[in-house]
Each structure stands twice: as C-alpha cells, then as structure tokens.
Ligand binder design. Structure first.
Ligand SMILES: [Zn+2]
Ligand SMILES: [Zn+2]
Ligand SMILES: [Zn+2]
Length: 467
C-alpha cells in the first residue's frame, strides 16, 4: 500500500451524517484501506522537549533546533525531513520570543500549508481542509471565549509576508481543528503526544461498533539510504471483511461506556446524536452493568454501585498523587465489596481490575497483578470487538504480567493472542507489533524449557530476576 493511494474508497452522501467514505471493492481483515500523511501536526506543549517534532517518537536526548530553541528532533534526518513544515514556524517563534500553545501552533501550520499548497496538498486528498466541518454554531459560550483568545494570540504570532486573515476565517480554522484533530500517540502506544489534521480521515464517520480502526505509523528513518525511508502517516485498517459498497467507519470514543454515556460524549465533543445499531439497541449495555450470578438483592447492588463510584474517584486521585500503596489498598477493598455483587463485565469492576493490575505490576507484585489482569481481559473479551486495538493492547499487558509472574504458559498464550490482534490493528511493521514478535519468540523458548524441565526453568528465572 503506497501512502496516499485512495483507490479502495470513494466519497458518497451518507444522508443525515453528511459526507462519508465507502469501499469500492471487498476489503480483507487487516488490510490497509488507505494511508495518509498529516496535512499538519504538532507535539503537545507539555512534551515539546521529549517527543521528536518530526516522527513523534518519545525519546531521550533529543536535539534542539538551534534557531528557535523550541523544536526537538531525534537527529539530522528527522530535522531535515521536517524543515519545510517548521521553517515558517521557526521564524515566528524566534520573533515572538516563545512558542504559543499547541492550538495556535497547529492553526498556523495549517494556514502556512494552505498558503504553500492550497487546501489540497495532493491529488489523493478528497476534500480541501477549509471545507471540513467546524461546528462553530454548536460551541458553548465558554469555548467561544477561549477561541477568541486563541485567535488573538494567533494574530500576534502569524506572519506570511503581508498576508493577514480576518478573525472569522482564523476562528473557522480553530473550529476545524477542534472537531477534526486526531490525537497522535507515541511509538509504544502508551501516551498521547500530539495532534494532527488528516483530511481524508476526517471523512470517515463514526460508529460505536466500527469496521475500521486507525493507527499512527511513525514511519522508518533508520535505513541507510533515504530512498528507503517511510514517512509518518495514519493507516485506516479493516477490522474484518468489508463488502464492496459498505460505508467505512471508525469509533471516535472508547466502546467501554454504556450507550447513553457514549452518546452524551459524542454529542458534547463531536456534536451529533449517535444512532448506530449498538446505541439504538443498547447492545452490551446489560453486560456492562451486569450483577453477579448469585442474584444479589437490588438494594445490595445499589449500595455497591454507589460505593464503587465513589471509591473509583479516590483511587484515581491517589493514582495521580502516585500514592501507589494507597491505590492498592483502595482497590483491594473495592474488589472485595464487589465480589458476588457485580459481574466481571461490570464497568466499575473492570476499571478497578485494570488499575489494580497496572499498579501491582509496577510494584512488582506480579502474581496478584496477573490474577487481576486475567479477569480484566476475560471481561474485555466479552465486551470488545475481537479485533479491537484496546483489547489487543490489554491482552499484551496481561501477557507480560503473567510472564513476569512466572506463569509462562498463560503468558505465552496471551502474547500470541495479542500478536494476532495487533497484526490486524497495527500491521507487521509497527513498533508495538515488532516488540510483540520478539516477546512471542522469547516466551516460546521459555515455554519449551518449562515443558522439558520445570525445576530448571524456575532456577533460570530466579537467576534472571536476581540480575
Ligand atoms: Zn524523530
Ligand atoms: Zn526552529
Ligand atoms: Zn453509537
């Protein structure tokens, strides 16, 4: 699949949803429907010195742009690759004496690009950037005030010869970014590091149970010959077989909320009523609120639900404060309360299991962490689409925790399962899939050793842990 090839899709009128994209041929599971470089993208303010402004990898020891002292890069290759995008910005930052916020930086990058290439940067771009939705009319008073102040900052920052823009036009660009900006994550998929605008991706409508997933591929600049480098791009990948003519959809929100909550979030952030099948028929809402098998009384369920809700707020607070022993204590108490009252697919239980697993693993209490991670994955499996990227990542983490706990058989099984999902959602060349491949081979060797001689395996593990 070459970047920018849009032959597998076409624009169509999706009725109430406006424009949409549909498949022009049958698509296979895991196939890249299209790959698209960003029209413009920026690293978040808070990570400006830790993430490369060109490839968006999180790295130590980045080099600083000598001119503006703001942009940071892995090396010369990344800096050169990005100079065209940074040139105008570099001068503007120098002139202003400091870099403005990420919103303003992105709006300026969008406008510099529009001036350079018009709103259509290549033949494969299906719609001009300034024709995207801005939902200005739907913005609440508070957001409009914030926008006004951003526009003001923008005007002091922007320079392009004598070319100035009316405040209204600049506002529209901010509106477009606000409802179309796509969050970019680092190469391990662990942290949101920036935001970018991908015009073709903006045409893909939402469905809570979508047939596609979108992933950032950071590209590869490690080859000696620069002709073999590949650029940073998003990939829209098919989660299953998609018949010719079917509309392509992605989910703008995580599936793990009951339909009413997802609808509320979509209305607030994206300004539309979701009428997808899962929302209108409340599919899986029952599982997400399910009670344990022993049929606990309604009063008991009400009590434990209220307790969990309150407790989760405390847990989150302690986690932010990095008081991990407190997090563990609160989680244990909460899980005890939930036992025999809430089912393992209940959202409040899954939330506690997820945090407990993560924090215990961080504290090297691997056996208890593995136990929670396994229950969490079992719950997730009943709720998520089998090729959901979040599910794949959760199974990967659970697999690693089991491996660290010395439960090599379960660990290897989960790592293989995660690998199968990520081959679909991320593809074989993504950094995370490659990590998984390495872990898959390593755990396979250890599993063989374990099956031949358990004692020897544990002795080897003990020695490795001591190191
Ligand atoms: Zn880089
Ligand atoms: Zn610079
Ligand atoms: Zn929906």
């Amino acid at each position: 699949m070459t970047v920018g090839n849009m032959e597998s899709v076409e624009l169509f009128d999706a009725g109430k949803k406006g424009r949409g994209l549909r498949a022009t041929r049958e698509l296979n599971t895991g196939e890249v429907v299209f790959a698209e470089p960003s029209f413009a993208a920026v690293v978040f303010d808070s990570l400006a010195t830790q993430v490369c402004h060109s490839c968006f990898r999180h790295q130590a020891n980045l080099h600083r742009c000598a001119q503006c002292k703001f942009a940071h890069y892995c090396d010369r290759t990344c800096q050169t690759a990005c100079w065209d995008e940074h040139k105008q910005e570099c001068g503007a930052i120098k002139k202003l004496g400091k870099a403005p916020s990420e919103n303003v930086r992105l709006a300026a990058r969008v406008l510099w690009r529009i001036h350079k290439d018009t709103g259509i940067a290549s033949d494969s771009q299906l719609v001009s950037v300034d024709q995207l939705e801005d939902h200005m009319a739907d913005l609440p008073e508070e957001d409009l005030k914030k926008l006004e102040s951003d526009v003001h900052t923008f005007q002091g920052y922007w320079s392009y010869g004598r070319k100035q823009h009316a405040a209204e036009y600049i506002s529209r660009i901010f509106g477009i970014i606000k409802c179309n900006g796509f969050t970019l994550s680092d190469q391990r998929g662990l942290q949101a590091v920036g935001v970018g605008l991908f015009p073709n991706l903006c045409l893909v409508n939402h469905n809570c149970w979508p047939n596609c997933t979108v992933i950032l591929n950071h590209g590869n600049q490690s080859a000696v010959s620069s002709t073999l480098h590949s650029q940073r791009r998003i990939e829209l990948r098919a989660m299953g077989m998609i018949p010719e003519g079917a509309e392509l959809t992605v989910s703008y929100v995580d599936f793990l909320s009951v339909s009413a909550d997802r609808q509320k979030k979509l209305k607030e952030h994206f300004h539309f009523e979701c009428t997808c099948e899962h929302c209108s028929q409340h599919i899986k809402d029952d599982l997400m609120m399910a009670t344990a098998e022993g049929k606990p009384s309604a009063d008991k369920v009400k009590e434990v639900t209220a307790f969990s809700k309150e407790r989760l707020e405390k847990i989150e607070k302690s986690r932010i404060e990095r008081d991990y022993p407190e997090v563990v204590k609160l989680c244990r108490e909460c899980l005890e309360k939930q036992e025999n009252v809430l089912a393992d697919t209940h959202l409040y239980k899954l939330r506690v299991l997820s945090i407990a697993g993560e924090v215990l693993s961080y504290l090297h209490h691997f056996s208890e962490a593995a136990n929670h991670a396994r229950r969490m994955v079992e719950g997730y499996t009943k709720l998520y689409h089998p090729n959901n990227a979040q599910l794949g990542m959760a199974i990967m983490r659970a697999g690693v925790t089991h491996w660290h706990a010395g439960q090599i058989e379960a660990g290897h099984g989960m790592i293989c399962q995660a690998y199968r999902i990520l081959m679909v959602t991320h593809g074989p060349n993504h950094a995370i899939t490659r990590d998984l491949e390495t872990m898959r081979r390593q755990t396979e060797i250890e599993l063989k050793m374990f099956k031949q001689n358990e004692d020897e395996y544990h002795a080897m593990r003990e020695a490795a842990l001591k190191k």
